[in-house]
Structures are given as C-alpha cells and as structure tokens.
Design a protein around this ligand. Structure first.
Ligand code: OGA
Ligand code: NI
Length: 327
C-alpha cells in the first residue's frame, strides 16, 4: 500500500492537475479519438428462462455469450436478478480508503481504490469497516448474490465453449477467491492529462463490474481502438480475466481495458472471481487438439500470483510467462 498523494475527500477540486499525475504524451488517453459506437454487447439473462420454457437447446443465450466472449471479451448483462438496492446505498461511501493497485512508475493515476476479500463472508465480516453501519450487512448480501451470479456465468461460458456446465467452476477449484475492489474517480480538472486506471487485463478468471450511472469512464480495446463502455441502468459489465484466457487455450481473450477520468466524480465496484491457490490452471484438454496445440503450460495458481507480485508496478505481462514456445 502507498500513502495517499493528497486527500481526495476535500470538497474542492484543484484547478489544474498536480504534476505527479501528468502522464507523458504517449501515455495520455486521447479521449476525443475514443469510439462510442460499436460498444460491447448487452445480454439479457432472461433469455435463459425463456429458452428453458420453450425447451430450446443450445439456447440463443449461450450463442450470444459465445460471440461476445470471442469478439469482445466483455459484455454487459441485464435482468441478472441481483436486487438493485444492494449495489449501492447512499450511506455506503467509499471515499475514505486508498489502495493503489495499478501503480505506474512515478505517475499517480486519478483514482482511489478500496479492496477486500469477499468470501467466506462469515470469517471476514469482522474485518470489514464498521462504518457506515450497514456496510457489513449490505456487502455480505452483495457478495452472496454476486457469488451466485459468478457461478451462473461460469456455467454459461463453459457451455459457450462446448464444455459441460460445471467445467470452468471445477477447474477453478474448491476454494475460489472472491474479491471486491471499489474504485473512486474524483472530479478531475484535466482528464486529458491523466488516467483513472492504466491499461491492464484482470488477472483472475471473471470480473463483474457495477458502474455508477450517468458518467462514462471504462474503455476497452476493440480492433486496436479504445471503445467507451457507457453505463446502462441496472446492468453489470462482465469481463473475462487472464485465467479464462489460459483455460480456454486462448480461444477467449482477457481484453485490455482502462478507466479515464471526468470533470465529475465516478464510482465503480468490481468483484473478481479467482482460482483456488492450489488449483492447477492450464488449457482444458477438450480445447486442445492438433490444430490447437496448448498455448500455455500448466501452473499452480499460487505460482502465477508470485509472478504477479514480482511484476507489480509494471505494465503486467503475467500469463505470458507461462506461454509455451510456438512450434
Ligand atoms: C478494475 C477495472 C474499471 C472501472 O477495477 O480492474 O478495470 O471502470 N475497473 O472502474
Ligand atoms: Ni480491470
């Protein structure tokens, strides 16, 4: 953990960017060049229920997920069944915490992140903030709902790869980790000169992200260009992490993304589902054949985490270390 560069909790926004936030020219976001067309697909999870009612299989839903995973590595879901009042209540505020997880050399990014484990909730509740007073309860319910949604999505993604429903969940092991990361992007005087989060891929298997309404900030790479993912009311953004890329033998990609800042504040809540530390991760056998030789070697997830820690603060290339030489 690093110390806060300055308190974001003050109510006034500085008029210009302090020098330790100004990125070198080639690393700046070039916001005017970002596409807002062709944004990531929006998938209705109710399609599953309709398909079940009609006795359809393979459902259109699985096909949509397959296409989204192949073409974008990102999608948004609506009608996911998580009660709206759990994402966020007015009293749950996150400004008072600071954790730098995406440090870039010498330059700070314009965000504050707050992160903690989300599972098993019985063991960790006493570690969570006591204030605001409903935090533990609301977070506990949120973690339970999101945990269930993770399992549902892993099943759909397994099917979209032609695998049996429980395949990915099983491969990720019996003690998966669920982690929360709350990101606060304070009002920024000069969004062109800095980033909220630098370009990265998520290291775990799957991410469910809730973003506050009305302000756009998340951008994903599509065909070499940045595409803005505008918030859709009551939707979650889903993205594939590095472990799905490895398990799918590169069939699905863990896509680079970043967050830009705005003149007004923005908040997002990410939940990451990661493997058991002792899970062995590598290309799933059914996805390997003569035409698709294994791209990665098997590794224990703990091994990858060590590599991740070694690369902290750099532009990470973690899964690349486990690539097999091309024949
Ligand atoms: C992350 C992330 C994007 C956002 O926390 O890994 O990519 O919009 N967040 O906050
Ligand atoms: Ni991310």
């Amino acid at each position: 953990m690093e110390t806060a560069p300055f308190q974001f909790t003050c109510s006034t926004t500085p008029l210009s960017l302090p020098p330790n936030f100004i990125l070198p020219e080639d690393k700046r976001p070039h916001i005017s060049q970002v596409s807002t067309l062709n944004s990531i697909p929006i998938i209705d999870l109710n399609d599953q229920i309709h398909a079940r009612e009609n006795g359809d299989f393979p459902s259109l839903l699985v096909e949509k997920i397959s296409r989204a995973c192949q073409e974008y590595g990102f999608f948004q879901i609506i009608n996911h069944g998580v009660p709206q009042e759990l994402y966020f209540t007015k009293q749950v505020k996150l400004f008072n915490y600071y954790l730098n997880t995406h440090g870039q050399e010498k330059v700070n990014t314009w965000s504050q992140s707050f992160s903690h484990p989300g599972h098993p909730i019985e063991d960790l509740s006493h570690l969570l903030p006591e204030n605001p007073p409903q935090y533990r309860e609301v977070f506990g319910e949120y973690a339970k709902e999101i945990g269930a949604l993770m399992i549902r999505l892993l099943s759909l993604i397994s099917q979209s790869l032609g695998l049996e429903k429980e395949c990915l969940q099983k491969r990720l092991g019996e003690n998966p980790s669920l982690k929360l990361q709350a990101n606060y992007y304070p009002p920024c005087p000069e969004p062109e000169l800095t980033l909220g989060l630098g370009s990265h891929t998520d290291v775990d298997a799957l991410t469910i992200l809730f973003q506050s309404e009305g302000v756009s900030g998340l951008q994903v790479i599509k065909n070499g260009k940045w595409v803005a993912v505008d918030p859709v009311p009551n939707a979650f953004v889903i993205n594939l992490g590095d472990q799905i890329q490895v398990l799918s033998n590169g069939r699905y990609k863990s896509v680079q993304h970043r967050a830009v800042t705005n003149k007004v504040k923005r908040i997002s809540l990410a939940m990451f589902y990661g493997p058991s530390m002792d899970a062995v991760i590598g290309p799933i056998q059914e996805l390997v054949d003569e035409a698709h030789p294994p791209v990665y070697r098997n590794y224990r997830f703990a091994e990858l985490r060590e590599e991740f820690d070694r690369q902290r603060g750099t532009r990470r290339m973690v899964k690349e270390v486990f690539e097999l030489p091309k024949k």
